[in-house]
Write a new protein. Structure first.
Ligand code: C2E
Ligand code: MG
Ligand code: MG
Length: 610
């Protein structure tokens, strides 16, 4: 069977050149043999060939050129005859160079051709020698490959650029980054890499349509390029992610200044297809050599920094090893986390929550700990994120739910009618079957669903509010209570807040803890309490670290308090011991007062409609 090879412009043109060369050889041989009829035929072939054909004498002067040769060198009739080879083929400057070239075995080659007006163009030529009646002749078959070059350049361009913005793509950025690192190493000068992620792109894309989204990305590309030097590279990595390579900076301060300037440029509203849009940006910054020794390390560093910026709603974040959840310790931790669940190394700690008005214990928050055999107690801040990144969050949350429900059952059996709050990860909202599984587990234990509160951080809800709303509604249908955790640290929109079927707002500890020394924080706490009550929600204040905090919260009408002043997160036995000894905080009443969890919803108890 004949093998069919795909068409390839280079091999195909080489085959054609080979064919023409053989014909020219036959032509010259025919002339020598004096066979006039064949000679005329061959001359016809050469004359009509689309390939340029020239014969060169042994003193490197053109002896004969066909019309195609005259066309590519932009010469008139017989204008090429008598011209030195080097005028048309500047590569062969010295007389011996063509011979040396052929001696090295080169036949077909791409080189520069020069037209009679002196302009250059790329050509592909095959050189060969022929001895006729003792004299050496060179035969050249050539063709102009300008178009092919343009096509190759276009293909290269397309492979290395993003076609929406025309900016370099990831492959070209990596290539430039590698070169820049080599140059930096030699010059002993730092370079900076910025990774940028637009903040509201998805929202704009979804609301205003993909055409506006595309125009916006193109406009962002222009805005990013404007304040930079020509030697800097702005690249689009995909979606709404861009990168900026600053191949020489004096240090972190300068790189940060540039990052701030870029963020300022993007913070300004700008027109896209007649609509004024506003996008923010989160920028991660990594510096060579401080944050990475090669291109991939630097990319990863900038990516981690960008993730930190995004999470914390900062515009610019500089890579910090401590926040790198892929650091060596974390890598080994992620491998061990799964085993830890089986090996019973995880534990729930319980932090008491008290009614601020009466000072009585009303519930607890279950906080996860990893009792690591080598590292001791590992904070959930360190491994929950790991679990999110490695897909372990689902079994981890299942474990927490199971353990918490078991604990609630045990409290019910002991006559302790207190509620328990657990934390859900944003990832849990994307899981199918979470609500059903909670419902089924509570039903089996015959637990009243309102004893369980599920906490979701503000960021978890606001990252994808529509999806969160659907998931939250489903959870609410199980009858459990829902709380927004760390309220005040994200960008909750009041419109969404109103639409969410939540029962509780937990004011982030960072506001509560600083109420005494920052009057703004007290204003925030006061307004949040008012807002929550007006929406029919009860308020939990985290971070109650002093008696003053508690008194202030009482004055502001806060419902529930939680913090080190009341009690730290404790192992279950310690929690029971604490509860046994606990009277009431800042109140004269004695003993634990077991109150109905309904009392936790003070906001609603005041008769404010939801
Ligand atoms: P969170 O839900 O906001 O929990 C409150 C955090 O504040 C706890 O940190 C608690 O120990 C700490 N805290 C409580 N009172 C005070 C105080 O008065 N002062 C100060 N400075 N801190 C106080 P922890 O236990 O390290 O947990 C950190 C975060 O990890 C939690 O924040 C929660 O978001 C997450 N987390 C904890 N357990 C779980 C879990 O089971 N699943 C998930 N997905 N996340 C969890
Ligand atoms: Mg919480
Ligand atoms: Mg919190």
């Amino acid at each position: 069977m004949r093998e069919i090879t795909p068409w390839n412009p280079i091999t195909s043109s080489m085959q054609r050149i080979g064919l023409v060369r053989r014909n020219v050889g036959r032509f010259l041989q025919t002339l020598r043999a004096g066979r006039q009829r064949d000679g005329a035929l061959m001359r016809g072939i050469v004359e009509s060939s689309s390939e340029a054909i020239l014969t060169i004498s042994d003193d490197f002067v053109v002896e004969m050129a066909n019309p195609a040769a005259e066309a590519i060198f932009d010469a008139g009739d017989d204008d090429l005859v008598g011209r030195p080879l080097k005028q048309l083929f500047p590569f062969f400057q010295s007389p011996g160079s063509l011979e040396r070239y052929l001696g090295q075995g080169y036949r077909t080659v791409e080189m520069e051709g020069r037209r009679l007006d002196g302009s250059g163009f790329p050509l592909e030529a095959t050189f060969d020698t022929m001895t006729i009646e003792g004299a050496c002749h060179y035969v050249v078959v050539a063709r102009d490959v300008t178009e092919r070059h343009a096509q190759q350049k276009l293909m290269e361009y397309l492979a290395l650029h993003d076609n929406l913005t025309g900016l370099p793509n990831r492959a070209l950025l990596m290539d430039r980054l590698e070169h820049a690192i080599t140059a930096s190493r030699r010059a002993n000068q730092p370079l900076a890499l910025l990774l940028l992620d637009l903040d509201r792109f998805k929202e704009i894309n979804d609301t205003l349509g993909h055409s506006v989204g595309d125009s916006l990305l193109a406009e962002v590309g222009t805005i990013l390029s404007e304040p930079l030097r020509a030697s800097d590279t702005v690249a689009r990595l995909g979606g709404d992610e861009f990168a900026i390579l600053l191949p020489s900076v004096s240090g972190l301060t300068q790189a940060r200044d540039i990052a701030d300037r870029v963020a300022d440029e993007l913070a300004r509203p700008f027109p896209v297809e007649g609509i004024t849009v506003e996008v923010g940006v989160s920028i991660g910054l990594a510096l060579y050599p401080d944050h990475g020794g090669d291109a991939s390390e630097l990319m990863r560093g900038a990516d981690v920094a960008m993730y930190v910026a995004k999470r914390n709603h900062m515009t610019v974040s500089v890579y910090d090893e401590g926040k790198d959840h892929h650091s060596v310790r974390n890598l080994s931790l992620s491998g061990e986390l799964r085993q830890a669940m089986d090996a019973d190394e995880l534990a729930l700690f319980y932090q008491p929550q008290v009614d601020v008005a009466t000072g009585k214990l009303v519930g607890a928050e279950a906080l996860l700990r990893w009792d690591h055999p080598r590292h001791g107690l590992v904070s959930p801040e360190e491994f929950v994120q790991l679990a999110e990144q490695t897909g372990l969050i689902r079994p981890l949350t299942c474990w927490v739910i199971e353990k918490s429900l078991k604990q609630l059952t045990s409290w019910q059996e002991r006559g302790m009618d207190i509620g328990l709050s657990i934390n859900l990860s944003p990832r849990n909202l994307h899981e199918d079957g979470l609500a059903e599984s909670i419902s089924e587990k509570m039903g089996k234990r015959e637990l009243r669903p309102e004893l369980l509160t599920l906490e979701l951080t503000e960021n978890a809800i606001m990252t994808d509010p529509e999806r969160a709303l659907t998931a939250i509604r489903k959870l609410k249908e199980c009858g459990v209570r829902l709380a927004i955790d760390d309220f005040g640290t994200g960008y909750s929109s009041l419109a969404y807040l109103k639409a969410l079927p939540v029962d509780e707002l937990k004011i982030d500890k960072s506001f509560v803890m600083h109420m005494g020394d920052d009057s703004n924080d007290e204003v925030i706490v006061r307004s949040t309490i008012d807002l929550a009550h007006n929406l029919g929600l009860s308020v939990v204040a985290e971070g109650v670290e002093s008696e003053l905090h508690l008194q202030t919260l009482r004055g502001l009408g806060c419902d529930i308090g939680q913090g080190f002043h009341i009690g730290r997160p404790l192992r279950i036995e310690e929690f029971h011991q604490w509860a046994k000894n606990f009277k009431t905080i800042s109140s004269g009443a004695g003993g634990i007062v077991h109150i109905h969890p309904g009392a936790r919803s003070r906001g609603r108890a005041k008769g404010i409609p939801k």
